[in-house]
Design a protein around this ligand. Sequence first.
Ligand SMILES: O=C(O)CCC(=O)C(=O)O
Length: 243
Amino acid sequence: MVRGVLRPEEVPPYREAINEAAYKYNTEKRAMEERDTYGKAFLQIMNLWKVDENVKKFTLAKRFAKIAADLLGVENVRLYHDQALYKEPGGGFTPWHQDQYYWPLSTTNTVTMWMPLIDIDVDMGMLTFASRSHNAGFVENLAISDESEALLENFVKNSGFEVTRAKTMNAGDATFHYGWTLHTAPGNKSKDITREVMTIIYFADGAEVTEPKNKHQENDRQTWLGSLQPGSKAVSALNPLLL
Ligand SMILES: O=C(O)CCC(=O)C(=O)O
């Protein structure tokens, strides 16, 4: 975890802009009881940088991209997409999963910044990692679901990866995880506080679009990669160079 990526006084304006855009573009209207496990885990509102100028400053910020590039050991990164992940009061756990299952990209040099916009503790849905599990690569062809939870939890136990998470995070702190890092989060036990988190996914410049391995990757190719053909450089207008 990196503490204080945003200074305390920088948080409120970004929080306000992200909240406004997230609730404006949220399409989840079902009551919690009517949703499946994935739907209970969070409201998921994507590519807010395209619809709000203030969120754009956040998502394209060089400060965040530089941390991502340094962690990946590369000169420059491109944006894959941003997403607000709001775990509502009483919201369910996030099943174990690997993000890169969804991404038709030729590189393993991918990383997600996960930043709470309010102070949170474990019981509000702290992101939890199987440390070093990115080394396992593509474990199962599984989307986020009850099935991924059962199989990947078992995989983590049997593989002996250490399961780690922060006890608390302040607004503006951030964690960074590889696209292949197995991760999960507990539910939000709070009665009335939504876990407001903003995330940005980066990949190393130079990556190519790969042949989709599942229907989600095909959807991602069309949605986040401007429908570029497999074999072409992942350089659509939605994937700006950030440094
Ligand atoms: O916020 C969560 O509960 C899950 C986040 C996640 O899976 C991610 O950012 O890759």
